[in-house]
Design a protein around this ligand. Structure first.
Ligand SMILES: NC(=O)c1ccc[n+]([C@@H]2O[C@H](COP(=O)([O-])OP(=O)(O)OC[C@H]3O[C@@H](n4cnc5c(N)ncnc54)[C@H](OP(=O)(O)O)[C@@H]3O)[C@@H](O)[C@H]2O)c1
Length: 330
């Protein structure tokens, strides 16, 4: 497949909140590669026909932001480098994209074969831009942000609620106190405990029973709490009540499931940092990082142009190629 045929649609979750079923429908049966994250859905297809079929399967596609060819490659590269993320430069997104590609290729089809060489180049370029332009950017992972907020000291164990992708990324960064893991599905919490033990065999870590009572008991005794689950009106009131009833009202909650839409119940809770407030804090610090981020975005655009010119990144190019740089926005 030529790069000119690459088609990418970008649906921001704020404007296009797609359900899991809608994302699956967008993929058809292997006709498009759909990458769903909490901030966006990115759909990758090949050729005009692929794009046309996508619009038929997915009404939102007609209004979504679309990219073709080198523009599409540049977008995917910025996406994989974390440059489209609200936590700019975050590293988890690359793992999510690789995992999504692995799942897409688990049922091989025409599209996975067509995209394969481009995706391999994308992964290679992502590593290169990250290493050259984004290394030393500072705390650019959710885990490192949690460590920064909680520090290393705590008045008791740290309770981590959730065992999904985000909890897996965050757990190894939590240092304070004993680590208590609670998840609705206990097996996933056990898997997470295994991951923590592999990374740090000395780390004290305990998996709680999956009952609501076990979770609430932990809320009453934990020094700090890290939430890696979406808000849940039915359970949150009891969680907040257990937290507020603690003697001294000390400790911190980092709630990474609590985004812009907020949740009235959490508004007055003491010691809370929501995902939305974390983004606000980072925005305030972003000037320091902006030079590096601008350079990384520029590198993504340049790499996309080079990829559109030929397979070898070191091949010689003429002055006329420079015109192409002007067409891709960094
Ligand atoms: N992944 C990221 O990079 C990222 C970044 C920022 C914010 N977030 C937010 O963090 C939260 C978790 O994201 P994720 O990527 O880890 O998702 P995920 O991999 O799908 O995991 C979801 C987690 O939430 C639990 N969960 C879902 N609905 C629940 C409910 N109604 N009651 C109790 N537990 C529930 C799941 O429990 P089971 O195992 O029992 O299903 C699992 O532990 C989401 O709100 C997401 O928007 C994620």
């Amino acid at each position: 497949m030529k790069l000119a045929e690459l088609q990418v649609l970008h649906l921001d979750a704020a404007a296009f909140p797609l359900t899991v079923a809608e994302q699956a429908a967008a993929g058809g049966h292997g006709q498009a590669w759909v990458i769903g994250t909490c901030q966006r859905t990115v759909v990758v297809a090949a050729g005009r026909e692929g794009r046309g079929a996508l619009v038929e399967r997915m009404p939102q596609a007609a209004q979504a932001q679309g990219y073709t060819g080198a523009e599409a490659y540049a977008f995917l590269l910025r996406f994989a480098c974390g440059l489209e993320s609200r936590l700019v430069g975050e590293t988890e997104i690359f793992g999510q994209i690789k995992e999504s590609w692995r799942e897409f290729c688990a049922s091989p089809g025409i599209l996975s074969r067509q995209l394969d060489s481009w995706v391999q180049l994308l992964f290679q370029d992502t590593k290169e831009v990250r290493a050259r332009q984004l290394s030393g950017l500072g705390s650019a992972s959710y885990g490192s942000q949690v460590r920064r907020l909680l520090g290393t000291a705590s008045a008791g164990p740290t309770l981590l609620v959730g065992a999904g992708q985000l909890a897996q990324a965050v757990a190894p960064w939590i240092q304070a106190g004993e680590l208590l893991l609670w998840n609705r599905t206990r097996d996933r919490a056990l898997e997470l405990a295994k991951l923590v033990a592999e990374r740090n065999p000395q780390r004290a870590c305990r998996v709680l029973e999956a009952s609501a009572a076990a979770e609430l008991a932990a809320w009453s005794t934990a020094g700090d709490v890290v939430m890696c689950v979406p808000p849940d009106h039915a359970r949150d009131a009891a969680r907040i009540a257990a937290w507020q009833a603690r003697a001294g009202h000390q400790g911190r909650i980092v709630h990474l499931g609590l985004g812009d839409s907020g949740d009235a119940g959490w508004a007055e809770v003491s010691g809370l940092t929501s995902l939305a407030s974390l983004f606000d804090m980072l925005k305030a610090q972003s000037d320091l990082r902006s030079v590096q981020v601008t350079r990384a975005r520029r590198a993504c655009a340049e790499k996309a142009v080079l990829r559109s010119l030929g397979p070898s990144p070191t091949q010689a190019h003429g002055w006329e190629d420079l015109a192409a740089f002007a067409t891709i926005s960094p």
